[in-house]
Ligand binder design. Structure first.
Ligand code: ADP
Length: 203
């Protein structure tokens, strides 16, 4: 039996930073974004279907999908978003479950920006939300990506509301302070998860 921790939070909250630190602690981290990207890699059946649907403009010169183009398309046209989500939902879920099953660490983290929205949270034993105020999400994301603050703001508006996401959390890490403080909080949760995983596995 295994113990699964879902790690989520809005854009720029610090999910990847937290996920990387869990890895440093020796914990396997399955990344839902990477799974989604790999599912539609060049020459896969999903790559072909997506390129057919979105047209030639959705392909880069090297034949890979132009993710920025597709992101814009689905942002602007809700039915395209539904089409893409319907196509990819089950294969992504299956691959995530396969990777979680293969994990051999004391517990396993699933890092997913859409953990709750996709229902992946139902596969988890525990849900950890990394939380910062919106102003800090905007500040850190635009610094990281070099993007426009307005673009970040519109992504935040399209995601689940902060207060709603927090309702699903068993654990909340406030990441307004520095990265050292974040790591100390995760150290504490790591101890808790090791204990909970052991308890689950002796039941
Ligand atoms: P997410 O994966 O949730 O989008 P990231 O982990 O990429 O967020 O964090 C967003 C940006 O903020 C990154 O550049 C990261 O290095 C930085 N960051 C994360 N946590 C902190 C912190 N506590 N203090 C300062 N910068 C941080």
């Amino acid at each position: 039996m295994s113990f699964f921790v879902g790690l989520t939070g809005g854009i720029g909250s610090g999910k990847s930073t937290a996920g990387n630190y869990f890895k440093q602690l020796g914990i396997d981290v399955v990344n839902a974004d990477i799974v989604a990207r790999n599912i539609a890699k060049k020459d896969s059946i999903f790559h072909i279907k997506i390129a057919d649907y979105f047209g030639k403009k959705s392909l880069l010169l090297d034949g890979n999908l132009d993710r920025a183009f597709i992101r814009k398309e689905i942002f602007e046209t809700p039915e395209k978003k539904v089409w893409l989500e319907t196509l990819l939902h089950r294969p992504i879920r299956k691959e995530i479950i396969d990777l979680l099953t293969l994990s051999a660490s004391s517990y396993t983290v699933l890092e997913s920006p859409l953990l709750v929205e996709t229902g992946q949270h139902k596969l988890m034993d525990r849900i950890l939300v990394i939380d910062v105020p919106e102003s800090l999400q905007v500040q850190r994301t635009s610094k990281r990506d070099g993007g426009e603050k307005n673009t970040v703001q519109s992504i935040i508006s399209s995601q689940m509301q902060r207060s709603e996401r927090l309702e699903f959390a068993n654990d909340i890490v406030d990441n307004t302070s520095d990265i050292k403080a974040l790591k100390i909080k995760i150290d504490g949760l790591h101890e808790l998860y090791l204990t909970l995983a052991t308890q689950k596995n002796v039941q």
